[in-house]
Design a binder for this molecule. Structure first.
Ligand code: CA
Length: 230
């Protein structure tokens, strides 16, 4: 495994520390100090993951994460947001901008590497390559495409995995903890509220094709995928 990790960090000392740890762990490090140089790096070679600092000159990490999610070249690349802020609202804002995980500075190299590995692991296609379909909704693991009655649905990598899990386990209620175990993996440090953020993103992506109702909230229990609405 020799994944390429793009580090977007403007403080030279922290960029150096991140690159050192990434390379120590056997990954390749690509470096950028702002949005422009990040795009330049990506044009040269697509990374397998992006470590993105929240506070960057000119374009902030949050804006840049949104740009990555909107661009066909980068929309499937997992993002871990780095930040000095530990505030709960900022955490949610970071995730809503398109990040897959979040780490607060100062962090220990061990925690950072554990999170990098966890995020990479859940983006490695372990799902069986069988197209799943329900009510006009079709998900293909091999092409990483989702369509609803032939119309493309744009999903981030975590939402894709979440929808795949739901479609292969329909009509059953899953708690947030169960979803974290099944979709995020047990090695991950994410909080239960993260599930709600990704459910919101999944519903928002399904809304234009009028399929958002398949993701149902079961009050007090969790979420369910169902094609029968009441
Ligand atoms: Ca910074």
């Amino acid at each position: 495994m020799n994944a390429k990790i793009l580090i977007v960090e403007d403080e030279p000392a922290i960029q150096e520390l991140l690159a050192f740890n990434v390379m120590q762990a056997g990954f390749q490090a690509m470096r950028a100090e702002d949005a422009d140089s990040a795009w330049q790096q990506i044009r040269g070679s697509a990374p397998d993951m992006i470590l993105l600092d929240w506070m960057l000159p000119n374009t902030s990490g949050v804006i840049l994460a949104k740009q990555f999610r909107a661009d066909v070249r980068t929309r499937d690349i997992p993002i871990i947001m780095l930040t000095a802020r530990g505030d709960e609202r900022d955490k949610i804002l970071g995730l809503e901008s398109g990040a897959d995980d979040y780490i607060t500075k100062p962090f220990s190299p061990r925690e950072l590497m554990a999170r990098i590995r966890a995020v990479l692991r859940r983006h490695i296609p372990v799902m069986p390559d069988v197209t799943v379909a329900a009510e006009g909704l079709e998900l293909s693991p091999s092409s990483h495409r989702v369509t609803a009655n032939g119309r493309a649905v744009e999903l981030g990598p975590t939402e894709f995995r979440l929808l795949h899990f739901f479609m292969t386990h329909p009509e059953r209620v899953y708690s947030r903890t169960q979803l974290l175990d099944q979709v995020w993996g047990t090695q991950v440090f994410v909080e239960e509220r993260t599930v709600d953020v990704h459910i919101r993103r999944l519903r928002a992506a399904l809304e234009p094709v009028k399929m958002n109702r398949v993701i149902q909230t079961v009050r007090g229990s969790g979420y369910r995928f169902s094609t029968s609405y009441n």
